[in-house]
Design a protein around this ligand. Structure first.
Ligand SMILES: C[S@@+](CC[C@H](N)C(=O)[O-])C[C@H]1O[C@@H](n2cnc3c(N)ncnc32)[C@H](O)[C@@H]1O
Length: 207
C-alpha cells in the first residue's frame, strides 16, 4: 500500500471512531434521528470504490437527511462534491463545531484534513425550493446527483422522487434495512448488502 493510501485509511478510521463515540438515537421534532455507524460505512465505501462507483474527480453525493453531516464528512474524501440537506436547523447547527473539533484532532495526529467540498443546507429534501437553492449556490442540480443516501428516513418518498426526477443510472443507498429489503418502482437493486455489513442496499434508477 502507498504511504498516501495508508494515511487516508488511518484518517478514515479515526473519523469513524470520532463520530461513532458521539452517536444519537432519539425521537426528534422531524421523526427519528439516528446516527449511521461510520465504521460499517467504511466497508460500504470500500466496496463502492472497488466497483468504481465513487470517484473523487466526478461523483456528486447527497445525504437527504444529513443531521450533523457525519456521513458527508466521511464521504468527502471520496467524492467531488458532498451535499446534505437537514430539515431541523438545530441539528444542522451541530455540524460546524463538531467538524472543527474533529479537524483539531486530525491536525494533532498529522492526519488528512477534509478536502473542503461539503455543502449542507437547511430545508426539506422533499421540496423543490431546497434544490433551487442548492443549484443557485453550487451550480449542482438534482439531475447531477450520482449517489443519493438516506438512513431509513422517508426512504419510500425519496425512492419515488429519485425514480421520477433523477438521471438514469443514479444510485440510491438506503441504510438501515436487512433481509427484507424495500422495493421502489423505477429502481432496481444493484447490491443487496453493500460492504457485507447487513445494513445497506444500493439501488439504481432504470429508465
Ligand atoms: C436517521 S437520521 C440520519 C442522519 C445521518 N444521515 C446519518 O446517516 O447518520 C435522519 C435525519 O433526517 C432528517 N429529516 C427528516 N425529514 C427530513 C426532510 N424532509 N428533509 C431533510 N431532512 C429530514 C431528521 O431531522 C434527521 O436528522
Amino acid at each position: 500500500m502507498r504511504a498516501n493510501d495508508s494515511r487516508l485509511a488511518e484518517t478514515i478510521a479515526f473519523i469513524a471512531r470520532f463520530y461513532d463515540s458521539r452517536k444519537y438515537g432519539y425521537e426528534g421534532l422531524e421523526g427519528y434521528r439516528k446516527s449511521a455507524d461510520l465504521r460499517k460505512f467504511t466497508f460500504i465505501i470500500e466496496e463502492l470504490r472497488r466497483l468504481n462507483l465513487l470517484r473523487r474527480d466526478r461523483t456528486v453525493f447527497l445525504d437527504l437527511g444529513c443531521a450533523d453531516g457525519r456521513v458527508n464528512l466521511l464521504l468527502s474524501y471520496f467524492v467531488r462534491k458532498s451535499l446534505g440537506i437537514e430539515i431541523d436547523s438545530l441539528i444542522l447547527d451541530e455540524y460546524e463545531p463538531r467538524k472543527q473539533a474533529l479537524i483539531w484532532e486530525l491536525e494533532g495526529m498529522d492526519l488528512l484534513a477534509p478536502p473542503g467540498n461539503i455543502s449542507l443546507f437547511a430545508g426539506s429534501s422533499l421540496e423543490r425550493l431546497t434544490y433551487d437553492r442548492i443549484a443557485e449556490q453550487t451550480g449542482i442540480h438534482f439531475t447531477d446527483v450520482d449517489l443519493f443516501y438516506t438512513y431509513i428516513t422517508l426512504h419510500d418518498l425519496f425512492g419515488e422522487m429519485i425514480a421520477s426526477n433523477a438521471r438514469d443510472g443514479a444510485l440510491f443507498l438506503v441504510y438501515g434495512f436487512h433481509k427484507v429489503l424495500p422495493r421502489y418502482d423505477g429502481l432496481e437493486i444493484l447490491i443487496p448488502d453493500v460492504g457485507s455489513q447487513s445494513i445497506a442496499t444500493l439501488y439504481r434508477r432504470v429508465g
